[in-house]
Design a protein around this ligand. Structure first.
Ligand code: AN0
Ligand code: CP
Length: 318
């Protein structure tokens, strides 16, 4: 693995899951593997889970982790080539990435979609620039189009809670007042399509995801039909992909409530968090025994630690 950008970088999901399980059983077993190694965690956007779980994962492996809020604590970076830098940006990504690559063995980056220009967002300008100029492995902590550490944690969680070999997993759009990126939904679909599950995606008209990520999943615009017999309900809001970045409507009837959960096969409720209670999901569902959102978030340490352990292994064999 040169970089951890999306599902294609992890190799066999079965092997990755086995490694994750063994890390979960003995989280500090590899505490010497990362001694003398360092990681810079760079945030262009806010975070609670990713920020803390990534540091915990690095600490479990004996690594040094340093966090930088690029958005607020450092210079504003320029990404376009050949530009006359007489505007707001004080530093170009070419120098900034190379400098940070000189300070750390690995860099992990969070840079959300702008939701303004679809072609630009889907070209992944920030992660791509770091891969080009930093000279060290780059880990995706949510880019414009994907959140693979989340999807990997989701897969670990589904693997732990599933009651049958091939569970029915439903990714459901849910209302939200603000325009949110597609990254979590894209990665979830992409990872589930590569895993041993039946994936159904349900959303109102106008909220189709990029077909590249939908892949072979069944798309069902009737939410109740989609929920029938589901083993896992994964709620998430995303803005429109076709009418890029727009909130077409906030249809409150798409909230995940007990009445809808009753249509399922006693499904577990999942969400990547942060979640708006009584907008995306009702209190009764998220507070129920079937809600596994905290277990899911706890597995963010495991997904990051698994990825770091693979990268460390590769580095030590170079
Ligand atoms: C972000 C998103 O939807 O991509 C981060 C989720 C992990 N969520 C919000 O901005 C609320
Ligand atoms: N799920 C997730 O990535 O949460 P944060 O945005 O808090 O990191």
């Amino acid at each position: 693995m040169n970089h951890f950008f999306d599902v294609d970088d992890i190799g066999s999901l079965e092997l990755a899951l086995a490694r994750a399980q063994s890390i979960k059983a003995h989280p500090r077993k590899g505490y010497k593997d990362g001694i003398g190694k360092s990681i810079g965690l760079l945030f262009f956007n806010p975070s609670l889970r990713t920020r803390l779980s990534s540091q915990r994962a690095a600490q479990n492996l004996g690594m040094d982790a340093v966090v930088l809020d690029v958005g607020s604590e450092s210079w504003k970076l320029e990404f376009s080539d050949g530009t006359i830098m007489n505007g707001a940006s004080a530093e170009h990504i070419k120098e900034a990435a190379a400098v940070m690559g000189a300070y750390f063995d690995f860099l992990a980056i969070r840079a959300f979609a702008t939701l303004e220009d679809r072609d630009q967002d889907y070209a992944e300008p920030v992660l791509t620039a770091f891969m080009k100029y930093a000279g060290v492995p780059i880990i995706n902590m949510e880019s414009s189009t994907g959140h693979p550490l989340q999807a990997f944690a989701d897969l670990i969680t589904i693997d732990e809670f599933k009651q049958n070999e091939r569970p029915k997993v439903v990714l459901s759009w849910a209302p939200h007042p603000k325009a949110l990126p597609h990254a979590v939904a894209n990665s979830f679909a992409q990872w589930m399509n590569s895993a041993s599950v039946d994936l159904v995606i349900t959303h109102p008209e106008g909220y189709d995801l990029d077909p590249k990520f939908v892949g072979s999943a069944r798309v069902e615009t009737n939410q109740s039909l989609a929920f029938e017999g589901a083993d896992f309900i994964y709620a998430k809001n995303w803005s429109s992909y076709q009418h890029y970045g727009q909130v077409l409507h906030q249809d409150a009837s798409w909230i995940i409530n007990q009445k809808k959960m009753a249509l399922t096969n006693q499904a577990y409720f999942m969400h990547c968090l942060p979640v708006r209670r009584n907008v995306i999901v009702s209190d009764e569902v998220i507070d129920s025994q079937k809600s596994i959102v905290v277990e899911q978030a706890a597995n963010r340490i495991i997904s990051m630690q698994t990825v770091l352990s693979m990268l460390l292994e590769q580095k030590s064999s170079e």
